[in-house]
Design a protein around this ligand. Sequence first.
Ligand code: HEC
Length: 125
Amino acid sequence: MKRVLLVAGVLFYAPGSMPVAHAQDAEAGKAVFKAICNLCHEAVEGKNRVGPSLYGVVGRKSGTLPGFNYSEVVKGAGMIWTEETLDKWINSPQTTVPGTRMTYSGLKDDKKRHDVIAFLNTLHH
Ligand code: HEC
């Protein structure tokens, strides 16, 4: 019995199983990005629109992309964009940083939000 459980544990944590699930989330998140975020943001480096380029946003300090004219509140927020801060922000930008110029009301669907964060996580070198 013990041996069976051990084998099952090894299979469950087999390298490769997690990245596959992650890639699927990111793929779904790419569609969410295109449908919503793309109205104002690009996913490619150095291309700002109404909103700043989101290439490399995970790990970046809020309001620091050179060449984009951020609101004072986002510049002053001093947040690092992690999965946690992005989750709050994408759910409700205006309550996360009151006064932000990101007028989007927020993505309330947990699955779509997590998928789009998984996609943002792929946007780096
Ligand atoms: C209606 C336009 C609009 C939409 C739609 C929009 N954004 Fe934004 N976003 C902005 C603007 C404008 C800013 C800059 C905010 C400021 O300076 O106050 C911003 C800022 C951000 C930032 C902070 C970036 C940084 O460099 O600090 C993140 C992260 C972000 N948006 C993610 C998203 C995601 C993910 C989506 C889709 C779910 C999205 N946005 C949809 C306009 C938009």
